[in-house]
Write a protein that binds this ligand. Structure first.
Ligand SMILES: NC(=O)c1ccc[n+]([C@@H]2O[C@H](COP(=O)([O-])OP(=O)(O)OC[C@H]3O[C@@H](n4cnc5c(N)ncnc54)[C@H](O)[C@@H]3O)[C@@H](O)[C@H]2O)c1
Length: 254
């Protein structure tokens, strides 16, 4: 069950955290994996790990915010079956203290980056007779998280984008879903704590862990397992849905 033999998958931001866990699991499940990464080192790191374990993977240095860059990478890859729009960045702030450049940066990576990859992937998926798209949203698209104005705005857009794409390409046999993780312990969280709470990282880590009613953060591998199911043929009936994986963050925090 849940294998990806003979499938080709593109994973954006696949060099770290959730994307890295998805790349490793998809390769272990038989997929040929293409990691699109801003960081050459991170992309090469995961690809070396996959190859050392006998899997198939290629790293591509790519900034998903630049459509020409994305187009060139997708053209070089050719036929694909799966796109994982995972690359994303966070920001802490309310509407009145979020600087224009920070707002633009968050929207550019999380929203325009996903659009750029959809724009290039959909013709390839259609030509291939269909396929699967999975977007990384967040619990911040579902409920109010304090001081996440730009990030919540971006992840709300990712969820709406998921529905739009799922509807428009039904006839092309392209399924499109999203995952909304609660806090997942990745370099994204460590970097966020170091930047926003210097000197209080351990205390804030504990506090963020407890915001999941289950009492901890998710492991990237747990999100990857859900991604594998949603991209497998067993999930052929699932499209236009968002899947929270959040230790009860959305429904049990009252
Ligand atoms: N970690 C969490 O708690 C959490 C919770 C909910 C949603 N998410 C979402 O999951 C996704 C992955 O998060 P993570 O925690 O694994 O992050 P991470 O920071 O560990 O990894 C993100 C990767 O994306 C790459 N990247 C950033 N900008 C890029 C760009 N312009 N082009 C190409 N690659 C780029 C980075 O180099 C990095 O390797 C993000 O969309 C994030 O918003 C994370």
């Amino acid at each position: 069950m849940f294998e990806l033999n003979n499938k080709t998958a593109i994973i954006t931001g696949g060099g770290s955290g959730i994307g890295r866990a998805i790349a490793l699991l998809f390769a272990r499940s038989g997929a040929s994996v293409h990691v699109l990464e801003l960081s050459e080192e991170a992309g090469a790191g995961v690809v070396n790990e996959i190859r050392a374990a006998g899997g198939q993977a290629t790293a591509h240095v790519c900034d998903v915010t630049r459509q020409a860059d994305v187009r060139a990478r997708f053209a070089a890859i050719g036929a694909i079956d799966i796109l994982i729009n995972n690359a994303g960045i966070a920001h802490v702030g309310k509407a009145d203290n979020t600087a224009e450049e920070d707002f633009d940066r968050v929207i550019n990576v999380n929203v325009k980056g996903a659009y750029n990859c959809l724009h290039e992937a959909i013709p390839l998926l259609r030509a291939n007779g269909g396929g699967v798209i999975l977007n990384m949203a967040s619990v911040a698209a579902w409920v109010a998280v304090p001081e996440r104005f730009a990030y919540s705005t971006a992840k709300g857009a990712v969820m709406a984008m998921t529905l739009s794409v799922a509807k428009d390409y039904l006839q092309d046999r392209i399924r499109c879903n999203s995952i909304s993780p609660g806090r997942v312990h990745t370099p994204f969280v460590d970097g966020f704590l170091a930047k926003n709470y210097p000197g209080q990282e351990a205390e804030m880590f504990e506090r963020l862990s407890k915001t999941q009613p289950i009492g901890r953060m998710a492991r990237p591998e747990e999100v990857a397992a859900l991604a594998l199911y949603l991209c497998s043929d067993e999930a052929a009936f699932i499209t236009g849905s968002d899947y929270p994986i959040d230790g009860g963050f959305i429904t049990l925090n009252a």
